[in-house]
Design a protein around this ligand. Structure first.
Ligand SMILES: C[S@@+](CC[C@H](N)C(=O)[O-])C[C@H]1O[C@@H](n2cnc3c(N)ncnc32)[C@H](O)[C@@H]1O
Length: 349
């Protein structure tokens, strides 16, 4: 899922120097009988359908739903089913999650260096993150939790897929030293947030990591709200995800699902992809200040990730929870409500 087949697709894109990324996507779209314009039109129609009740009754873009509304869960049962079926594959470096293993070379230093910048104090040799509490949301098999624990952080990895948590625990058990600093729970972020609220405890994490997770969530407002609840003021939020562009639509939906059928139809929900602009706007309305957004690129030839100037396919974001209260709409009887007005549908294309 996160390696081979999509990798070959990306290889085609990366290896065509003259046409560039968009050019190759256009070529692929053209070969399918769908022109690039048609691809863009199809995507625009999808966007309009999503926003227009006459075209698609009762559909509200997920990022516009209230964290306090009836659909206040981040959990999409279909996503859980999909990850449930892969729960024993996490530690196969050549398997479905190979690209996530490779991504550690990029994301672990990204998280480490930003945390070291934010927390300037005496460091333990070999354990620079000692004393920091990190929450790894959607940890899967613990691919990212473990290296962060090895850097000295106390890590809690959470995931709603129980079998993935079992896999993470089993793998962790092979490293008794690491067991002292890393632990796992099968739960959601909103459950943790509710616990913190019930205990009237302030958020206790120095950092939250959600790597390749937000594109699988049902409600991003709930995610942002819950992050702000469990994070300490001044704490860091690290997200890596897929942009919502014509290019990502062409690659993930048209080419991978409809044209080449290398991914089962319905694997990617373009609605759930989120652009840096949308994400920044959402996070800022929940009291975060976005520090950096950097483009990332997977090269399947070398099996490695690198930083790139373009955020048009995938990107990494670092935000910090501001110390003052977030901007919230205080109207209504049901307590503080998120302010939805700031969320434009703007995307980076
Ligand atoms: C692509 S995997 C990323 C795993 C891990 N973060 C990594 O990079 O190795 C996405 C993960 O998100 C989890 N997930 C799906 N819905 C979730 C939700 N509502 N809350 C937390 N995690 C969720 C899945 O179970 C899966 O483990």
């Amino acid at each position: 899922m996160y390696s081979g087949k999509i990798g070959h697709l990306m290889l085609g894109i990366c290896s065509r120097k003259t046409t560039g990324v968009c050019g190759v996507a256009q070529n692929l779209a053209g070969r399918s009988g769908l022109s690039w314009t048609a691809v863009c039109k199809q995507r625009t129609l999808w966007q309009r359908k999503s926003a227009c009740p006459e075209l698609q009754q009762q559909h509200v873009p997920t990022y516009l739903t209230s964290a306090r509304s009836a659909s206040n869960t981040t959990v999409d049962p279909n996503e859980l089913k999909r990850f449930q079926s892969l729960a024993n594959k996490w530690w196969d470096e050549q398997g479905e999650f190979g690209a996530l293993h490779a991504m550690n070379d990029l994301r672990v230093p990204f998280i480490r260096d930003n945390l070291l910048n934010a927390h300037r104090r005496s460091r333990q040799v070999g354990k620079p993150l000692a004393g920091l509490r990190i929450l790894d949301v959607g940890c899967g098999g613990g691919l990212l939790s473990e290296p962060l624990g090895r850097l000295g952080a106390d890590v809690l990895g959470i995931d709603p897929v129980t079998d993935s948590i079992s896999t993470a625990r089993l793998h962790l058990s092979h490293d008794p030293d690491l067991c002292e600093r890393v632990c796992y729970r099968d739960c959601t972020l909103e459950e943790l947030s509710e616990e913190a609220e019930a205990e009237q405890s302030a958020g206790g994490f120095d950092a939250i990591v959600a790597s390749e997770v937000v594109e699988h969530l049902l409600n991003l407002e709930t995610f942002a709200f819950s992050c702000s609840q469990v994070l300490k003021p001044g704490g860091s939020l690290f997200i890596t995800t897929i942009n919502k562009t014509n290019l990502s639509y062409a690659l993930a939906i048209v080419v991978a699902e409809q044209l080449l059928r290398i991914v089962p139809t319905g694997t990617h929900d373009w609605e759930k992809f989120v652009s840096p602009v949308e994400l920044e706007s959402l996070l800022e309305s929940y009291g975060f200040s976005v520090q950096s957004v950097q483009g990332t690129l997977y090269n399947p030839l070398s099996g490695s990730w690198s930083w790139t100037d373009s955020t048009s396919i995938t990107y990494a974001l670092h935000a910090v929870k501001q110390r003052e209260e977030p901007l919230l709409d205080l109207g209504g009887d049901s307590g503080p409500q998120p302010d939805h007005r700031a969320h434009s549908a703007a995307t980076h294309n």
